[in-house]
Design a protein. Structure first.
Length: 210
């Protein structure tokens, strides 16, 4: 499944939207007050048989915005040291534009009109993305501002699980607890999960390439 299909197929599959898996690591749960610390996005493609597969990951460490809150409980889970000299963190504007540039390029390549965020508890990731876009007055956000696709719902339907680690394991996708809670790792496993559910639905006759 490594051959890209025609320009319109992935756009046709999702009504003109390009699904992009996004995961963020943050300094808490409040998108307006707590720091955005990592962002990762996985670009998907569709092969000539109509199967989705992860194509490319773009990710950035992010500098906490001025005055950002860092909740100790959240930092204990993600184990991020915002001051670590090897983080090579970018300001929010630069980090978002790095991700958005790749997404906009894929929109042009596929003929999709807008990206739609796919995430595990997607409303959380979208809220932090939207807050950072607003905070930095970014005008060309390629993502739909409120629509999303949530793998929690898909995993509950397909595997009876809602926790990412349990859903991935139920889907027979390898899971490494030691690598979890990094934006790249969680985004890539969420991408694997999303592709597996969507492709399985196709195999069951739920969608036929047009």
């Amino acid at each position: 499944m490594n051959e890209c299909t025609t320009r319109s197929s992935i756009a046709t599959r999702f009504r003109g939207f390009l699904p992009v898996i996004v995961d963020v690591e943050t300094g808490g749960f409040n998108a307006h007050t707590d720091a955005l610390l990592e962002i990762a996005a996985v670009i998907l493609r569709m092969n000539t048989q109509g199967y989705l597969y992860p194509f490319h990951t773009v990710a950035c460490h992010v500098e906490p915005f001025p005055g950002a809150n860092l909740e100790p409980a959240s930092m204990a889970v993600n184990k991020i040291d915002p001051q670590h000299p090897f983080r090579q963190a970018l300001p929010e504007t630069e980090a978002l534009n790095t991700v958005f540039k790749q997404v906009r390029r894929e929109l042009r390549e596929t003929g999709c009109k807008r990206a739609v965020l796919v995430g595990h508890n997607a409303s959380f990731d979208l809220s932090f993305l939207n807050a950072a876009v607003s905070r930095n007055d970014i005008k060309r956000n390629p993502f739909h501002s409120f629509s999303n696709l949530d793998t929690v719902t898909l995993a509950a339907l397909a595997y009876g699980q809602t926790v990412l680690a349990k859903a991935v394991t139920a889907a027979s996708i390898p899971w490494n607890t030691n690598e979890a809670h990094s934006a790249v790792y969680d985004a890539e496993r969420t991408a694997d999960l999303f592709c597996k559910v969507v492709n399985r639905w196709k195999d069951l006759g739920g969608w036929i390439p047009q």
